[in-house]
Write a protein that binds this ligand. Sequence first.
Ligand SMILES: [Zn+2]
Length: 568
Amino acid sequence: MTSSFVTEDFDASKWENIEPYANDLLTRELTCSGCLERLIKDSSTLAEHVSEAGTLLSIAMTCDTENSSKLQSYLDFVENVQPKLSEFADALNRRMAGHPAVEELPSRYDLMIKCIRTDIGIFREENIPLQVEEAKLETEHSTITGAMMVEYDGEEKTLPQMAIYLEDTDRSVRESAWRAITARMEQDAERLSEIYDELIRIRHQIATNAGFDDYRFYIFEAKHRYDYSLDDCLQFHDSIESVCVPLMHQIHGERRTALDVEALRPWDVGEKSGGGVDIHGRSPLQPFDTVDELISGCSNIFHSMSPELGGMFDMLKERDSLDLESRKGKAPGGYQANLEKTRIPFIFMNAAGTQGDLMTMVHEAGHAFHSCYSSELDLIDERNPPLEFAEVASMSMELMSHPEWGEFYSEEEARRAKADHLEKIVCFMPWMATIDAFQHWVYANPEHSREERAEHWLELRRRFGPKTDWSGFEDLKETSWQGQLHLFQVPFYYVEYGIAQLGALQLWQYHRRDASDALSRYARAMSLGNTKPLPELFGAAGLNLGFGEEHVGSLIGELNEALTEIQA
Ligand SMILES: [Zn+2]
């Protein structure tokens, strides 16, 4: 073994290469708390290499879903390396947490040991093959949705490329685009329902194997949600229902009046977060044509906010860490991934020139800044913050960049884009509550039939959704949850966006009063990575973690004031 524990050229995509290092960690002599610290450090180094190998394979696959050898390499990793890693991680966890010297470790390791003890508590060997099955179904979901193309306007288009037609001022264009998209999704609706049925069955089995009544309790543990409960989520849904839903209806009412239509149809307003066609009949905002324009404009935005952020963003371009344009065979969506060994973030998205694409870029850049700020922290576990805080980094960047949007827009266009963004925050919260409440119900009632699932979905749509007229498309409305990738691929990852949005809005309040103060709060909190519990991460930036109606009401209240100012 080298002094840095693993050699630099070590290929961690193959188990036979990982195994000798894993064996060393599992068998080396541990006589003191210093040896235990060394073990933690070395296992972090190994985890960095393995994580980076897996991330690179996943990036290669999502950038080119039609390339069967890239898919195969990723699947090899999922099927042959990850199960062995889970087993190894559990053995290592037990070795660390069970060692008498664990009590002598400095407090720096408290959170990590707490997480390790949770992971030991829920680990079951018989869940490993189930998790492999789960990952394969998730990959099939990616392949199915990545292959969705629509014949429109004489061309084959990806679904992200179709987004722009849903903002067309000609209602018949919007309708035909919406019909084309949903018809394409309908072709795979049966298989997607089967995949979801199967995922629910597998996940429930994983939970009961681990001794839980159902998957909700399992996933709260697995996600280390120590600082809020199932009941807090339900309270959050109630707060959103009383604060955001009425405001959303008001916003949609104005939309209906301005568009001069009897009822909003699904092509008149975005299902997930409102928005859609401009209500004053202006063409969709087109902040950029090419990906190069997007990159150089964002570089200017971040440099104007602070030289530090600008420098971090430029580094991504220089290191070739951006894959931004939409093309056939690329998985949908956008993400930021960390390359843990090289400690460089990677950003993936499907840019087609819309305001939404600009927001995605700024959002993912916020994640990348978070990675940069925490990149100096020693251990992999210390650098990966909980998602409830990770999304504060990205969502607050969307809001705090408002004053710089002139980079892409005239003054009037910028006002319009900001109003659109603020309205979407209001309207997104009810959608978030819908998705979260849906998952709570789905996993609390794992034996449900598809009819019951549809019925409950529609009930949630009535509680939280816009008063959109779906007549003629009732079947589609019943399965409209299928458009939400998270339900398939990252179960219960959604309330984090709502929790984080509350944090982002608080940072935005600071930023409205004193921009540089807000950015130093941002830097201070983001530099902590994952070294503190969630309430302390919020606290480091001066933010409160809360779910009550009063808290939500005061934040959305200030947002609404800002919205009124912009629109005046
Ligand atoms: Zn994000």
